[in-house]
Design a protein around this ligand. Structure first.
Ligand code: HEC
Length: 140
């Protein structure tokens, strides 16, 4: 009985530590060096409406309508979604990093790949548009 108790306590401790120590994997340098092909001049009301609809449909249940990482689904998951509204965090992220995570997902979390080869199937252009949208709308 004692042994089982110890095992239970140990596994609770391990899962707490794992969640705290988790870090989003860093993209390879070639991705970090990438330039977002979307030009600032392309960002107009129509762009924001169009990409905003895509974000709402595919991303907001976790990342939240306001990009604060507090979507309705976020409560029930252990490793929390990134908060795009966290300015200090987002200036440390390169566009290519965000793009790479969208392409590949983050293993062991609910961030699944959403790029052209995934079930979600967004084109690379759409991914860059989402990077642009996220920064423009949420990171103030
Ligand atoms: C089911 C929940 C869920 C959905 C839906 C989701 N994400 Fe995520 N996302 C996460 C989680 C969880 C993380 C944090 C991963 C980690 O900590 O390793 C994350 C992280 C990210 C990051 C952070 C990358 C970084 O390096 O900081 C980006 C960018 C991102 N998601 C974009 C998106 C986009 C765009 C969509 C919609 C197309 C989307 N996500 C949909 C759960 C989700």
């Amino acid at each position: 009985m004692k042994a089982i108790g110890t095992i239970i306590i140990l596994s609770i401790l391990t899962s707490v530590v794992n969640a705290e120590e988790h870090q989003i994997p860093t993209a390879p340098q070639e991705y970090l060096d990438m330039q977002n092909p979307i030009q600032q001049s392309e960002i107009d009301e129509q762009f924001l409406k169009r990409v905003g609809r895509l974000y709402k449909r595919k991303c907001s249940k976790c990342h939240g309508k306001k990009g604060d990482g507090k979507g309705y689904h976020a409560e029930s998951i252990e490793i929390k979604p990134a908060a795009f509204s966290n300015h200090g965090y987002m200036i440390s992220r390169k566009d290519g990093q965000l793009f790479w995570i969208m392409l590949n997902g983050s293993e062991g979390t609910e961030m699944v790949p959403v790029g052209p080869d995934s079930d979600v199937g967004l084109s690379e252009e759409k991914l860059w548009e989402l990077v642009t949208y996220i920064r423009h709308e949420f990171t103030k």
